[in-house]
Design a protein around this ligand. Structure first.
Ligand SMILES: NC(=O)C1=CN([C@@H]2O[C@H](COP(=O)(O)OP(=O)(O)OC[C@H]3O[C@@H](n4cnc5c(N)ncnc54)[C@H](O)[C@@H]3O)[C@@H](O)[C@H]2O)C=CC1
Ligand SMILES: O=C(O)[C@@H]1CCC=N1
Length: 274
């Protein structure tokens, strides 16, 4: 499916780079991918890294793209749609922008209905992304399959029932890598305070995340069971988890993700009003 199709990216930053890398790895030829970015540095990096054609603004050649991926910042989104609209053909349009609602995306593209809202994350750069997807009712099955295939080129994906749930996906897995990095940083800091080197702390923390996440992914058991199995009565883990509970960390984490989802909804209101 992917190797028979053509792709265009509007915005050539972090997320576009991850997705283009994934498509190339899945055998999509460089000649089947193009990108638009007003910044010369971004264009130069894309042609150097992937050998794809680039342009500084939307142009008639975009009509030929089977799939158009919108990967600009939410603040730049409406303007990018306005510049794209006159050159939009019958492409499937996939937006990865946080907060931008499907109805606004479609409206800014003059009622274009082949639209999908996707929320990937930066582990996509390592081929281990997780993407949430939502589409309008009536989205053709072939478009759904194509959006899944694009997302799966950089990891795994799941569909949610409606657009609003993408704000929840954003709060959990879109922003999620930052929470993990935050935790790794704290573990690294603790390691140095406990007499290990920063490098040792990083290796211990990173491998613990990789190992625990792999175990949780492979095990049919509840994650709470896996946690309990590490926690010997009166032992070291119990001491750590008690300190975390006393500090209200579990609740604070849930509140943090609620704040992220709320900000996503707020961005939808803020940018959708325009
Ligand atoms: N970074 C992340 O962890 C994630 C980001 N996203 C979403 O992906 C989108 C892109 O984010 P990043 O790649 O991190 O941003 P980025 O800043 O790395 O890339 C955005 C690119 O868009 C270009 N650009 C600006 N105005 C443009 C226009 N009018 N037409 C075409 N290109 C234009 C910029 O020059 C830049 O290269 C955002 O909407 C963000 O919400 C989604 C999931 C995760
Ligand atoms: O922080 C943000 O708004 C974007 C969306 C998900 C990750 N980064």
């Amino acid at each position: 499916m992917l190797t028979q199709s053509t792709f265009a990216f509007i915005g050539g930053g972090n997320m576009a780079t991850a997705l283009i890398g994934g498509l190339r790895k899945r055998g999509v030829p460089a000649s089947a991918i193009q990108a638009v970015d007003p910044f010369a540095d971004a264009r130069q990096r894309l042609s150097a890294d992937f050998g794809i054609a680039t342009a500084d603004a939307p142009h008639a050649g975009l009509r030929a793209a089977d799939v158009l991926v919108l990967a600009v910042k939410p603040q730049q989104f409406r303007e990018a749609c306005a510049a794209l609209a006159p050159h939009l053909g019958d492409s499937l349009v996939i937006s990865v922008a946080a907060g931008i609602r499907l109805t606004d995306l479609s409206r800014w593209l003059n009622g274009h209905s082949r639209v999908v809202r996707a929320m990937p994350n930066t582990p996509a750069l390592a081929g281990m992304g997780m993407t949430g997807l939502a589409g309008p009712t009536g989205l053709p099955a072939a478009d759904r399959d194509m959006a899944s295939a694009v997302a799966n080129a950089v990891g795994k994906s799941l569909w949610v029932a409606d657009d609003a749930q993408i704000d929840a996906v954003t709060a959990i897995s879109g922003s999620g890598p930052a929470y993990v990095f935050y935790f790794i940083e704290a573990m690294q800091r603790a390691a140095t305070e406990l007499g290990l080197s920063a490098e040792q702390g990083r290796a211990l923390a990173v491998e613990t995340f990789v190992g625990a996440a792999t175990l949780a992914g492979e095990s049919p058991e509840a994650v709470s069971t896996l946690r309990e199995r590490v926690t010997s009565k009166g032992g070291t883990t119990y001491a750590a988890l008690t300190a975390m509970a006393d500090a209200g960390m579990g609740d604070a984490f849930v509140r943090a993700m609620q704040a992220a989802a709320a900000r996503g909804r707020e961005m939808g209101e803020e940018f959708g009003r325009q």
